[in-house]
Write a protein that binds this ligand. Structure first.
Ligand code: GTP
Ligand code: MG
Length: 427
């Protein structure tokens, strides 16, 4: 049988809109988990006073998540359709955990934006839509969920209202209509997940059909290797097992990787001994694969989240100073030279200083004002950025997925951008 195409799909959207519940339902209807498990979770949820969260518990495994009924960190689960193999990434919607949502989204090839039909668009619906665009997502499914509690239930009129709002916002953020598939659902009642159920008026795709239509990632398997590290596990008898998503290149036993910035000046080199994917050893990993690998010469204290692996003859770039194009999306006052918020780039989070505001940029990409005194919401600009410590980042023309970043401050995403040129490298 031919290899199934592999895709990572992240579920995003405002807190409580039903992401984890929808994921649990998709896994159940898709045959990846058993009804017995849900029955067990139903008892546990009821005992915790969290009745209704049994499907969410499939992804919410932390004790605190189950007690609070809120997703905190991303969780991954595998699931297969006839032609595809999905890694589902369930992201948190709560505003306190947006940094985890960014990490999850940086690993995804496509996103499912869950919008509750009763609430419509809410704060993190907007923020997540924008962040997914910034992190390079080009395929999105919007699931207008909780259709069972519109008044009246399963109301086509209310669905159309939410769809109009969603379409307007997608356009503002820069998604084209052919990149988005919008559909109604009830994750809780299982409507339009695999079968239409009560949503019999709906003529479009079910959520499973929409997932099956997504295109696999296009990163170059014959390109230079880049793998941002999400975590490093210490496994007894094996040693350090870094995990992350391959963005470019092919990794197999014998591959030599240099990790930068790492805890060692100039980076550290290891040799891949074996590659695991979904708990099985695999001969090789290509772009889009989320893998764990065991590396000769690397201990779990040598590297950490935010480091990137690449070939020794073309190691990851580590910037001391870089030129970026930024867009200020939502800043309560103004950005001036010296401002030092946190930059989120692939799995890295580093405070960086706006060293110079080079010029404001108009919609056609030309400079409309040189050396502005400040930037405010809505402005786009070329700027010079100096990380306060080594940051692995790439130029957009070389590795676009590792060139994008979101800027967060005061508990919200204030701006986003892309690295145009590295001016000074960290040794
Ligand atoms: P966070 O991860 O914390 O952002 O929330 P979430 O989007 O994952 O929401 P979750 O799946 O945890 O569901 C939140 C609540 O909404 C739970 O009480 C669910 O039972 C309920 N819920 C989820 N989907 C539906 C739905 O389709 N219909 C109804 N009526 N309730 C739903
Ligand atoms: Mg959740």
């Amino acid at each position: 049988m031919a290899e199934k195409q592999h895709l990572n799909v992240v579920f995003i959207g405002h807190v409580d809109h039903g992401k984890s519940t929808t994921v649990g339902r998709v896994l159940l209807e898709g045959g990846a988990i058993d009804q017995h498990l849900i029955d067990k979770y139903r008892k546990e949820a009821e005992e915790r006073g969290k009745a209704g969260f049994e499907l969410a518990y499939v992804m919410d495994n932390l004790k605190e998540e189950r007690e609070r009924g809120v997703t905190i960190d991303v969780a991954h689960k595998e699931f297969k359709t006839d032609t595809k193999h999905f890694t589902i990434i369930d992201a948190p919607g709560h505003r306190d955990f947006v940094k985890n949502m960014i990490t999850g989204t940086s690993q995804a090839d496509a996103a499912v934006l869950v919008v509750a039909a009763d609430d419509g668009i809410a704060a993190q619906t907007k923020e997540h839509m924008y962040l997914s665009k910034v992190m390079g997502i080009t395929q999105m499914i919007v699931s207008v969920n909780k259709m069972d509690i519109t008044k009246p239930a399963y109301d086509e009129g209310r669905y159309n209202e939410v769809v109009e709002e969603v379409k307007k916002m997608l356009k503002n953020v820069g998604f084209k209509s052919d990149q988005v598939n919008i559909l109604p659902s009830s994750g809780w009642k299982a409507d339009n997940i695999k079968e239409k159920g009560e949503l019999s008026w709906w003529k479009g795709d079910t959520l499973l059909q929409a997932l099956d239509k997504l295109n696999p990632p296009t990163g170059a398997a014959d390109g230079k290797i880049r793998i941002p590290i999400q975590d490093v596990y210490k496994i007894s008898g094996i040693g350090a097992v870094p995990v992350g998503r391959v963005e470019s290149g092919t990794i197999k036993a014998g591959t030599k990787l240099m990790f930068k910035p790492s805890n060692h000046q100039g980076g550290i080199v290891g040799e891949v001994k074996s590659v695991q994917m979904h708990h099985n050893e695999v001969p090789q990993a290509i772009p889009g694969d989320n893998i764990g690998f065991n590396c000769r010469g690397i201990s779990h204290t040598d590297i950490r989240r935010g480091d990137v692996g690449g070939p020794v003859d073309d190691p990851p770039s580590v910037a001391k100073l870089f030129k970026a194009q930024v867009m200020v999306m939502n800043h309560p006052n103004v950005i001036t030279e010296g401002y030092t918020p946190v930059f989120h780039c692939h799995t890295a989070q580093v405070a960086c200083t706006f060293e110079k505001l080079i010029g404001k940029v108009g919609p056609d990409g030309t400079i409309t004002e040189e050396n502005p005194d400040f930037l405010k919401t809505g402005d786009q600009a070329f700027v010079l950025i100096r990380p306060t410590k080594p940051l692995a980042i790439e130029e957009v023309k070389k590795f676009s997925s590792l060139s994008r970043f979101a800027i967060r401050d005061m508990g919200q995403t204030v701006a986003a951008g892309v690295c145009m040129q590295i001016e000074e490298q960290w040794d």
